[in-house]
Structure formats: C-alpha cells, structure tokens
Write a protein that binds this ligand. Sequence first.
Ligand code: ACM
Length: 525
Amino acid sequence: MRVRRVTLVAVSLALAGGTLAGVGPALAAPASSAYADIVPAPVTATATAGVTFTLRPDTVISTDTPAVGEYLAAVLRRSTGFALPVRPAGAGTPNGIALLLSGAPAATADEGYQLDVTGKAVVLRARKAAGLFEGVQTLRQLLPPAIEAPTVQHGQWTVPGGHVLDFPRFPYRGAMLDVSRHFFTVAQVERYIDQVARYKVNRFHLHLSDDQGWRIAINGWERLATFGGGTQVGDPNHGGFYTQADYRALVTYAAARFITVVPEIDMPGHTNAALASYAQLNCNGVAPPRYTGTDVGFSSLCVSKDVTYQFLDDVLGQLAALTPGAYLHIGGDEAQSTTPADYAMFINKAQAIVAKHGKAVQGWHDVVHATPLPSTVAQFWDTTTSDAAVAAAAQHGTKLVLSPANHAYLDMKYTAQTPLGQDWAGLTDVKKAYGWNPGAYLSGVPSSAVLGVEAPLWTETILTSANIEFMAFPRLPAIAELGWSPQSTHAWGAFKLRLAAQGPRWKAAGMTYYHSTQVPWPAGA
Ligand code: ACM
C-alpha cells in the first residue's frame, strides 16, 4: 500500500458504413478547424467548408429546456453583451440557436447530443437535458476563445458550420476536491465545478473529512464542524466548514450543471478531526489534539464501541438526506491503525448503515477487503496495474472507478521543479496523465467492470483557486477525455494540439494553468 505523505487530431471521425461500432480515426479535419480542437474528442465531428453561423445582437435561443437555455445565455451574454432572450421552441425551421429534446439519434442516449451548425442556425438535439448541457460545452469551444471572457469583448462571434454526433464512453467522469486538508469556500468550489463542467465531468466528489478538518455541519454533533473544522494543514487557527444550507447550495449548483455530488466521510482512518471533537469516539475515551500535519494512517474510529455506529448513523443519515445522488463515499483508505478483521467488520457495518438510508456505497478500493455489497463501487487509487483483490471483486460484480495515483492524481507534481504538490506517486506531466486506457488498465478487470474515471485533487499543498487551477489544468481535461472519448480517438500527438487550443480559452476566462512544455501552446496563451 502506498502512503500519501508530503516529503515530499484532429479527431474528426467518419461513421464507417454508418455504424458506430466501426468508428475509427479517419478523415482528419484541418488542424485549423475548431471541430478538430474539441476536448474531450467527440465521437464524430466534421466541419462544413464555407459555412459560418454568426451570433448577433438579435440572436434568440429557443428551447424546450429553459434551464439549459438560460445557462447557455448566461455564458454567452457575459462576453458578447447581447440580450440573447430564451424563448420556448416553436414549430418550423429553427433559426438562431435551438436546444431541443427531439430528433436526436438513439445513440445519444442519456448524455449525448447531436449538433448541426448551418449559416442560419445552431441546432442542438438530445434525448435528455444532460445531453443538451454537454452539447452546449461543445458549442462554447466552437466559438472564439474570447467567448470565455467574464466581461464584454468586441468580437466576431462566429461558429464554423459542421456536424457533431457525440456521447460518452463511460457513465462516471469525476473530479474530486479535498476540502479537508485546506478548506475552500462555496464560491471557490463553485468556480472549480464550473471549470470541470466544461470538460463534461458529471460527478463531483467532495472529500469532506480527514485528520486535519471536518467540513460539514452535523446536527447533534456540532463540535465536528465548530471544533474539528477549525484547523487545516499548517494552520491551527483557521479552517472552515459548510453549513447544511451551504452543502445544499453546492449540490444545487452542481445539479444545474448536470453534475452529481458524491460526498465523502473518510472512515475508519483519516478521522482525527472527529476523534479530537468527541472523546467518546476514541477507544480510550480521550480526545487527541487536533492535527495540522500531513502524515496518514495514524487515526481510527473505535470500531468496538456502539457509539461509533450511532455516530455513523447520524452522519450518514443526514448526508443521505442532503444528497440526491445515489452514492455516499465512505473512504476506507489507509486504515493502518485498524486490524484487517476489525476493518472488514467496520466497513460491512458502514455499508449496512448507508443502505439503510437508501444510498449505495462508494469507497476507495481498500474496501474490497471487506465484503462489498453488490451496489458498492470501489475507487482504485494505487500505482500498480495489478491488484488481485480488486480483480477478484470486479469478477464478482464490483464496479470500479479508476483514479490511478500515478496518472489521475492532480496533486502530483508535473516535474521536480513544480512548486506545489507531492511526488509519492511519481511526477505526472500531462502526457503521463493522458497515457493510459481505463478500459484495459488493471489486469483481470474487464472494461465492463469500469464505471469510469476520476481525477482527485488532494490539497495538502493547495491553498487557493489559482493553486487548484494550476494543478488541474491541463491534466483534468486529460482525465475527462479518457472518460468521455472513444478509445479510437486516443492519440497523444492529436491530443496535445487540441489541448493547446484550450490555452487561449483558459486565459480569456482568467484561469491559471500550467504551461507544460509538452504542449505547443499558441503564442501569448
Ligand atoms: C488515497 O490516496 N489514500 C485514497
């Protein structure tokens, strides 16, 4: 087991014979085409030569899904200054921008979309509102980079003509933020949610508790937040926590971006903040001091006490009530202060409590050493490509989310010179972040066992939104692409060019990012 410590192209695809099964890289569009620059790479995207749609001051957004229409209008109004009224979709030929829940091919399923851009109209069709939302993210990338600016710009707001048919490879495409090692405000978390939504991420995993801070108010256990939330790494005097209203606001904000929040309460280890807040949770009845260092593996809830399970019932019950998503994440990693037998017993009881509250369990892959319920999802985080216990669980039906630390952990340094981050899983520049296939990564684990991917960002060294962005960009889009795009599009040479085209967008949006020397960023980006 690895211990986390601070020591520390053009992808225009033709539908072969009209069947999706035959999709493969073909008919590469010119590198100058915006359709070749979309991240994550779509299933198919073709430009129509000589055709351009232009956004104008009188352009109207017509839709049968006002929430997505208003989202798009809000994005476009900021930089264009146009009114962009959102109107109910009418009969007849769409004009302007139309977002419609009709006419999309079956292949678009739950999150896919079809986009057609002609000289008169941008027509986005999907079967579900989520598909319209993901299509809107593609449309943004077909407009000039200045469209991402937070203030009105003078621009020619053109969208090149073309056609996109697109849908995801995996249903789970996640980002995780550790708000325990350092606390991030609701506004900071929302900023990151907005950034990951642009890459069609649909799960936001909030690591809400750890040794260094407890970040969610729990009724009846007030000291968890008011005392256990009062610290963070390197700082005994400052921390923070979300009220339940704050947490609901985050869930609502994410849901408006078709992102499901997966809240994590890490247990039985990584619990010093809880143990410091309530003496009775400790086997010896003595509360340890709060902790602001970065070691792992030293804390454990007292697995033999009834009060521990009353605590779990209260915490997980309240979190279940606050969380519309199907999963509660119970952590389960690095429980080095708990015997294997106690660990299995504890995780099994925690699973039963989660089930009693109507939710399913997600846990770090260590939970396969207990007895996973059929609904339990294991999140792989190790640096190996072979784990017998994980493979056995997968063969018995346990579904996996893949976050291999040496590819997907956004807190790893890019190079030895990177001022932020850690290096226990190795240095991870963007080519390495991108260089793996989630469908064939772990030996003995079939692609059918893989729900998807997640890019965690642990925050021992991360203090600000600029720090988050520096570590997440450009690697978050790499992991998001592995989750969304067909394996047939996987090619570093093309990906780095598409990534390069994102740089001016991030710059226009006022984001920080790492100018990896592996990516040919345009001058000035
Ligand atoms: C982990 O990095 N301990 C999940």
